[in-house]
Design a protein around this ligand. Structure first.
Ligand code: TMP
Length: 264
C-alpha cells in the first residue's frame, strides 16, 4: 500500500503581515475543526519556548543585535529543531526498523513492546504498523519527523507562520531570495497555504515601510496553490473564508494525499 492512499491530518499554514489577525484566526479555526471532530494541534513559528526561540525573541524585542543572515538561520533552525522526536523514541524506532527489516520481529511483536512507551501519539503511529505494510512503517519511523508523525497519526496541524515568513521577512531586508530559501529545503510542504492580506507597533519589524517590502516578498513566493484571504473585512467573514478553504483541504488529506517537501 502506497502512502498516497493513507488517511492523514492536514498541514495548514497561515501567513500574513504582522497584525493581520492570523493568531486569533488560528484559534478560531482550531475550535471549528475540533467541533467537527478532527484531532487538531496548533503550532506557531517562531516557537519562542526553545533555546533558539529565546534568542529570536530577544532579537525581536530589540534586546540583542544579530547579523541579518544569522537571524535568518536561527528562524530556520527553530523549524528544524521542531522536527525532532524524543531521543528515546528515535533510538527505539531505529532498532525496531532493523528488527522488522530482518524479519526478526513481527509487526505485532513490535506493537506490543511499544505499549511500554506511554506517549499516546507515538503509540498511535506505530499501531499502524499493520502486517500488510511489513517493515515499511518501522523503517520510516526511524527517520521520521515529529510533524510527519503527527500528520500520519491523523492530527491536523494549524501553523501560524512557517518558512514563507522566513523567506519573506529576510528577503525584504535585501537578502537574496534563493539564499533565504535554501535552509528551508526538506521541511514538509504545507497542504494549504492561506495568506491573509491586510492589517502594526512595538517589535522590530512592525514598521509600515518594512511591512510593504514584506508584502512584496510574499507576492514573489505566492503561486496558484496559495489561498488568499481578505483580512480587511470583519473577523467573522475572514473566519468563514478560512473555513471554506480548510474544509476542502482536510477532506482531501483524509482521503489520502502524499506529503511533499519544500520547495515543491
Ligand atoms: P510573530 O509575531 O508571529 O510571533 O512573529 C514574529 C516576527 O518574526 C514577525 O515579524 C515575523 C518574523 N518572522 C521572520 O522574520 N522569520 C520567520 O521565519 C518567522 C517565523 C517569523
Amino acid at each position: 500500500k502506497k502512502n498516497s492512499s493513507e488517511s492523514r491530518g492536514a498541514l495548514i499554514v497561515l501567513e500574513g503581515l504582522d497584525r493581520s489577525g492570523k493568531t486569533s484566526q488560528s484559534t478560531r479555526l482550531h475550535s471549528f475543526l475540533d467541533g467537527l471532530g478532527y484531532s487538531v494541534e496548533s503550532w506557531r513559528f517562531p516557537d519562542r519556548n526553545t533555546g533558539v526561540g529565546q534568542m529570536i525573541s530577544s532579537y525581536l524585542a530589540n534586546e540583542s543585535q544579530l547579523d541579518d543572515r544569522a537571524i535568518h538561520l536561527l528562524f530556520s533552525a527553530n523549524r528544524w529543531e521542531k522536527r525532532r522526536l524524543s531521543d528515546k523514541f528515535a533510538a527505539f524506532a531505529s532498532s525496531q526498523a532493523e528488527r522488522a527489516a530482518s524479519r526478526r520481529a513481527s509487526i505485532l511483536q513490535i506493537q506490543e513492546e511499544l505499549l511500554g512507551f506511554g506517549d499516546d501519539e507515538i503509540i498511535g503511529f506505530l499501531k499502524r504498523l499493520d502486517s500488510h505494510v511489513k517493515g515499511e512503517w518501522a523503517m520510516k519511523a526511524a527517520g521520521i519527523s515529529l510533524m510527519e508523525t503527527k500528520l500520519r497519526t491523523g492530527k491536523t496541524l494549524i501553523v501560524d507562520r512557517y518558512s514563507y515568513s522566513g523567506v519573506a521577512f529576510s528577503s525584504a531586508k535585501g537578502l537574496d531570495i534563493e539564499w533565504c530559501k535554501a535552509p528551508e529545503m526538506g521541511l514538509l510542504a504545507p497542504d494549504l497555504k492561506a495568506a491573509e492580506r491586510g492589517g502594526y507597533g512595538g517589535e522590530r519589524y512592525e514598521q509600515l515601510e518594512f511591512q510593504r517590502k514584506v508584502a512584496k516578498s510574499y507576492q514573489t513566493l505566492r503561486d496558484s496553490s496559495w489561498k488568499t484571504i481578505d483580512a480587511c473585512c470583519p473577523v467573522e467573514d475572514v473566519e468563514m473564508q478560512i473555513r471554506e478553504v480548510v474544509s476542502d483541504c482536510v477532506v482531501t488529506c483524509e482521503k489520502g494525499k502524499s506529503l511533499s517537501q519544500l520547495w515543491s
